[in-house]
Ligand binder design. Structure first.
Ligand code: RTP
Length: 155
């Protein structure tokens, strides 16, 4: 069972400063938790602008890059790692389209956000990004492996 848990898919999820300031931490955590995913790392921090630039390095050519990094470093961010079958792809589904105007109702952005610059949450977009982002935001020791009693009823 240990080996099984170690191989379980993981993704990086961050509640951006707007989500934290608006008091949406518990609402967002609840959606991942209720789905059946498992929280294996969590911390709250104010990232530096340099750190935000590292996180969004693949967007550095985009016109909104500077504003985006200013914003991410403007206040507390709740950084998390969630684990479970298909969590990378399905996590993005729970989050909804990048632009909240295009996110379906029922998704986090669809229900809780209005404009793309303030879309309250980030989620890794693929296995490679997930690995890179988890390594950027967390040390290996920060990630907890555990078996929760509910797992027998989810899998
Ligand atoms: P994220 O990485 O935050 O989960 O978002 P995403 O994959 O859905 O979107 P991506 O294209 O990677 O953009 C990253 C973040 O940049 C902001 N953005 N602003 N002003 C704009 O037109 C614009 N476009 C994107 C959003 O906050 C987006 O989440």
């Amino acid at each position: 069972q240990e080996a099984c848990a170690a191989e379980m898919e993981r993704t990086f999820i961050a509640i951006k400063p707007d989500g934290v300031q608006r008091g949406l931490i518990s609402e967002i955590i609840s959606r991942f938790e209720c789905k059946g995913y498992k929280l294996v790392a969590i911390k709250i921090l104010v990232p530096s602008k340099e750190f935000a630039q590292k996180h969004y390095h693949n967007l550095k050519e985009r016109p909104f890059f500077n504003g985006l990094c200013e914003f991410l470093s403007s206040g507390p961010v709740m950084a998390m790692v969630w684990e479970g079958e298909g969590v990378i792809k399905y996590g993005r589904k729970l989050i909804g389209a990048t632009d909240p105007q295009k996110s379906e109702p029922g998704t986090i952005r669809g229900d809780l956000a209005v404009v793309v610059e303030r879309n309250i949450i980030h989620g890794s977009d693929g296995p490679e990004t997930a690995k890179d982002e988890i390594n950027l935001w967390f040390k290996p020791d920060d990630l907890v492996s555990y078996t929760s009693n509910s797992e027998n009823w989810i899998y």
